[in-house]
Design a protein around this ligand. Sequence first.
Ligand code: 13P
Length: 287
Amino acid sequence: MNNVLVSLKELLNQCKKNKTAIPAFNVYNLETILSVNQAANNLNRPVIFSFGESYLDDLPLELIALNIRFLAERSQQPMVLHLDHAKNMSTITRAIDCGFTSVMYDGSHLRIEENIKNTRAVVEIAREAKVSVEGELGYMNPEDGSQNDEPSSAETSEFTRPELALKYVTETEVDALAIAIGNAHGLYRGEPHLEYSVLAEIAALTDIPLVLHGSSGIPAEQIKKAINLGICKINVNTELALGAVESIRRSIKISPEVNSLRYEKLIRQTKADLVLLIEEYLKLTSN
Ligand code: 13P
C-alpha cells in the first residue's frame, strides 16, 4: 500500500483512543528528512515531519514539502507534514498551499483573548483545506532552547491553566493542544519535572490530543507516564540537532588529517547515527 500524507487529526485521534503517541521530529535539510523516513520505515511506524517557521531563512518550505511528499507516497507508513511554531498567518497559508497537512499556530505569548481570536482564524482557513491545527497555551522558552527575556503575562506564565485550556479548545476548535507542564525546549538544567496532576486535569477537562514540546532530555519513564495520561504527540529536536553535531565531531576525530574526510562520507555517517536516535523515540512511543 502506498500512502499520501495524512492529517495530524487522523493520527492523533487514534493515539488518544489507544493511549499511544507519535513523535514529531524537526527536519531542516535532506539528511534529517531522509533519516526520519528511514527510521519510520525500518520500524513500520507512523511519523510526523516537523518544519519550523524559524527555518524559513535557511530554505523554502515548498522544497521541504516536495521532498516529504515524494517519500510519503513511497512509504508504507502514515506520515504527517507539520508546520511547527508559526506566528505569521502568511507562513500558515503558504504551508497549506504547498501541501502541509498540519499547522501549529503559536499564540502562546499573547493574552488569551488574542490567542483565541488568531487561532480561530487559522482553524477556519485550515479546515477548508482539511488541514489540522495545533494550538498552544502556557509559557515555554523559545524553540531554539534559549531563555525568553520578555516578561510573560499572568495568563501565559508557568503551567497551562486547565480552565483556560478548556476555554481555548472550546472556542478555537483546534485539533491538538500543546501544553506547558514543566517541559522546556533545549537542554534541561537539572532533572526535568513534569506536573502530572496538571496534565491529568487538562486531559479530563478537554478530551483533546495533547502535545508535549521539549521532549528531548525527558527520561523515557516520564514520557511514558505522560503518554498514559493523554500526551499523543512528543516533539523532538534538540536530541537530533546535538546528536548530528556529535556524530560529525566523532567523524572528524577519526579522520583528523586535511583531505582525509570527504563530505559525502561524513553525511552518510551522520544520517546513520540520526536514524539510531530517531528509532529510540519511535520504540519509546510504540506499545
Ligand atoms: P526539543 O528541542 O527540546 O526537543 O523540543 C522540540 C520542540 O518542542 C519543537 O517544537
